[in-house]
Design a protein around this ligand. Structure first.
Ligand SMILES: CC(C)(COP(=O)(O)OP(=O)(O)OC[C@H]1O[C@@H](n2cnc3c(N)ncnc32)[C@H](O)[C@@H]1OP(=O)(O)O)[C@@H](O)C(=O)NCCC(=O)NCCS
Length: 419
């Protein structure tokens, strides 16, 4: 998959059946384990039961942004097989996609140490994490006596951030571990000359991000109140499924919001809705009224969401909003759309928000345009509804558009104050 020419190495995907025994052998070497493991050094066979092996493979498959086996590349004419050198991976840290944080792990078999392999591999993986996976921060933890590791990481731009004193017990005494980290800014500063002056920094729009938060303090996290509208947004509960289900089968509301056919649906359909909300949304909010008296019940107004779209590093989400009929035409739509757009860029660190709207829903298109979405194109005759084909209109807003609008807004306020 990736060739590292300096030392004739090849990085490829992990194949469980062939590679797991080699990985376990590597980890069972006490010299490797001493430097890379937080576990006690006990004969590893104790742990190699079926359940452990399954967990290990599942962890590699599910908890890593990137996990590769490193092999030698035999000379072209030779009949040699590639040799297993070790593994390298980037573990997914934190469930929040917008944080863009990962931790690096590497282990090479002892016979390959001290030949410059570690340096070439770590440099490649760091570049890959920032350039291809759009990471913001990479960390790793290294044992204080791992001089080879420390030298490699420093050379590749990692900085010592924390010393965890006497964290691990080894060979009759406590040892400390060192947390090291590298930020995309550090990496850009180191690589600017290679990328051309200022080019990479502009690509990432870093300055824009530094300025982003000043005017948007975080809202309350269990309930967002929009007092001007006498509404609030709160997390989804299973008891909301009845209301969501009703919208999906309402003959006035459903044709505007769903790509599904409008048909009577069984109760089981609620499971599908619940799965969608719980698994596919970055953020899903129920919209309800703020009751005038504290003991009165709130009224269901609708739902709004930011859905996961593609790879986390793309920082792309899609927006949806559905309101009960009696709340149409009341500015609710526009205010909530604006709130969700601000939230996506400011607090969830999104780069792009897109949405789809069916041909003929001109009111919705006008509202979205007012909130900064641009028309991007039409999928022609892509949706069958009410006896005919309709276009699906694609709209989108980028963080750059949003930042420009914020800047223009604050300039206009300043101008008003000046007059
Ligand atoms: C850590 C590891 C990945 C480094 O890979 P490597 O291929 O040996 O590293 P390199 O040969 O590229 O570089 C090693 C550097 O350490 C330096 N080094 C080695 N021993 C050292 C020591 N005792 N004191 C100071 N520096 C030392 C070397 O001089 C070299 O630096 P240089 O290139 O500037 O001369 C590898 O040794 C390994 O897999 N170790 C076991 C598992 C492990 O430690 N994993 C990391 C856990 S955080």
């Amino acid at each position: 998959m990736f060739d590292l020419p300096k030392n004739s190495l090849h990085l490829r995907a992990f194949k469980a059946e062939a590679d797991l025994p080699k990985l376990l052998d590597l980890e069972a070497d006490p010299e490797v384990a001493k430097l890379s493991s937080i576990h006690f050094l006990v004969p590893q066979n104790q742990r190699w039961n079926e359940e452990y092996l399954e967990k290990r493979v599942s962890s590699i498959e599910n908890n890593f942004e990137f996990f590769c086996v490193i092999e030698t590349v035999p000379a072209t004419a030779s009949a040699e097989e590639p040799e297993f050198v070790g593994v390298v991976g980037l573990r997914t840290d934190g469930r929040d996609r917008g944080m863009r944080h990962t931790s690096l792990g590497i282990g090479l078999a002892k016979k390959f140490w001290g030949k410059g392999y570690g340096s070439e591999i770590v440099e490649f993986v760091v570049n890959y994490a920032f350039r291809q996976l759009n990471m913001h921060r990479i960390t790793l933890e290294v044992y204080e006596g791992n001089y080879g590791g420390l030298a490699v990481y420093k050379k590749c731009g990692f900085i010592v951030e924390v010393t965890h004193r006497k964290k691990i017990w080894y060979n009759g005494g406590w040892g400390s571990t060192i947390l090291m980290g590298i930020l995309v800014e550090d990496w850009l500063a180191k690589n600017l000359n290679r990328a051309g002056p200022g080019q990479a920094a502009r690509e990432w729009g870093l300055q824009a991000f530094f300025n982003l938060f000043a005017s948007h303090p975080p809202a309350h996290l269990t309930m967002f109140a929009l007092p001007d509208l006498e509404l609030r947004l709160r997390p989804f509960r299973h008891s909301d499924l009845d209301n969501l289900y009703k919208q999906e089968i309402d003959v006035d509301v459903a044709p505007l919001m769903t790509k599904r056919f409008i048909t009577p649906r069984s109760e089981k359909f609620k499971d599908e809705l619940r799965d969608e909300v719980e698994k596919e949304a970055e953020m899903f909010c129920i919209i309800e009224t703020i009751p005038p008296e504290s003991d009165a019940l709130p009224e269901f107004v609708g739902a709004t969401a930011l859905w996961k779209r593609g790879e986390p590093g793309m920082r792309h989400t899609s927006f949806s909003i559905v309101l009960e009929k009696k709340f149409w035409n009341k500015k609710v739509w526009e205010h909530i759309t604006k709130f969700m757009v601000d939230y996506a860029f400011c607090h969830l660190n999104m780069h792009r928000i897109s949405l789809e709207v069916f041909e003929g829903n001109d009111r919705a298109i006008a509202v979205y345009q007012k909130c900064g979405f641009m028309l991007e194109g039409n999928q022609r005759k892509a949706h069958w509804s009410d006896g005919r084909w309709k276009d699906i209109i694609q709209m989108g807003i980028l963080v750059d558009d949003w930042l420009a609008a914020q800047k223009a807004g604050s300039e206009a306020v300043k101008e008003e104050l000046r007059q």
